[in-house]
Design a protein around this ligand. Structure first.
Ligand SMILES: NC(=O)c1ccc[n+]([C@@H]2O[C@H](COP(=O)([O-])OP(=O)(O)OC[C@H]3O[C@@H](n4cnc5c(N)ncnc54)[C@H](O)[C@@H]3O)[C@@H](O)[C@H]2O)c1
Length: 301
């Protein structure tokens, strides 16, 4: 897709962070937007902010973990604009803690939003794009699934997150292979950023209320949050930078989008360890400030 003007983008998690940055950039390129988010207040604020700049944008409250909500999102987008050209399966949450420590509900929450949310998006929107392509040879569709560098490596205290993001990478690669069998007009990419300042380290704000545990976060959960905060504070790229890299990747039909050049080394290290049959060292080397923060907060310091 080279020309974004007048094209229709659906963006999940559009009320904050990367989703909002995709929306701002898309609007500046003249796209028509459908923003979806579980947080109605934040969604309304972003829709109003963009409409004030003259953008054509609507908001649809959506819980991406529910297929009926994602179907209603697709119906809304097609009802308003006739078709969808660009889909960002982007909404996500990052529960932290030791891998055995999060409850069954927390695992279901992470899998529901990060994995099933993307599965619903792919299942419901891909046939719409293929139908649009069959009708119009000039139609171009593109799906971007937001995974993470945590989908290509693993890290301590982020078990459920890493599990879901590895699955999103596998799902996206499968989607790539399957699309290549049936169409030259619909493409996909997987976005794998490193740490960026967004609302992600506070994603427990979106924990469904029936799942909210009465207890305070455990020491390991607080350690994971401190680690995310520290990584984010040390991050060199903004959400706007990631949005620009993503749109460039869509233009160039690139599948793997890794906006942080430094993360390539972490990915290479993991694959070298697998191929050399060495035990995993993980992305935070001994003595790295992030590892020190993690171990100190696990000790309760
Ligand atoms: N920020 C980072 O460092 C980073 C790095 C790699 C990948 N990511 C991924 O980027 C994506 C966007 O996250 P972000 O960093 O912008 O965080 P963010 O918290 O700023 O934005 C996430 C948005 O998703 C929404 N959301 C949460 N649960 C939802 C649900 N069930 N249905 C619909 N919307 C829901 C939130 O309300 C929020 O607006 C996520 O998939 C995240 O895992 C983030």
């Amino acid at each position: 897709m080279h020309d974004f003007h007048d094209k229709v983008a659906v963006i999940t998690g559009g009320a904050s962070g990367f989703g909002k940055a995709f929306a701002v950039l898309g609007a500046s390129l003249g796209m028509r937007l459908v923003l979806a988010d579980i947080d109605q207040g934040a969604l309304d604020a972003v829709v109003e902010e963009l409409q004030a700049t003259g953008a054509t944008v609507i908001g649809k409250r959506t819980d991406v973990s529910r297929s009926t909500d994602v179907q209603a999102l697709a119906d809304t987008a097609v009802g308003a604009f006739g078709q969808v050209d660009l889909l960002f399966n982007n909404a996500g949450v990052a529960p932290g803690g030791l891998v055995w420590e999060r409850s069954e509900q927390d695992w279901n929450w992470a899998l529901g939003v990060n994995l099933h949310g993307v599965i619903h998006g792919v299942r419901i929107f891909t046939p719409l794009m293929l139908a649009a392509a069959a009708k119009d040879p000039s139609y171009r569709g593109h799906i971007v699934n937001t995974a993470s560098v945590a989908g290509l490596t693993t890290a301590p205290t982020l078990g459920p997150y890493c599990v879901t993001k590895h699955a999103v990478v596998a799902l996206s690669e499968s989607l790539y292979h399957d699309l290549a069998l049936v169409s030259e007009q619909v493409h996909c990419s997987v976005l794998c950023p490193g740490f960026v300042a967004t609302g992600i380290s506070r994603s427990d704000r979106n924990l469904p209320s029936e799942d909210a545990t009465a207890t305070e976060p455990s020491r390991a959960q607080r350690a994971a949050m401190a680690m995310l905060d520290q990584g984010i504070a040390a991050g060199t790229l903004s959400a706007d930078d990631v949005a620009r890299t993503t749109f460039d990747g869509i233009r160039d039909l690139r599948f793997y989008l890794l906006p942080h050049p430094g993360s390539i080394q972490a990915v290479r290290q993991r694959f070298d360890e697998i191929l050399d049959l060495r035990n995993p060292t993980g992305p935070f080397a001994e003595n790295s400030p992030i590892r020190e923060t993690l171990t100190a907060s696990l000790r309760g310091e």
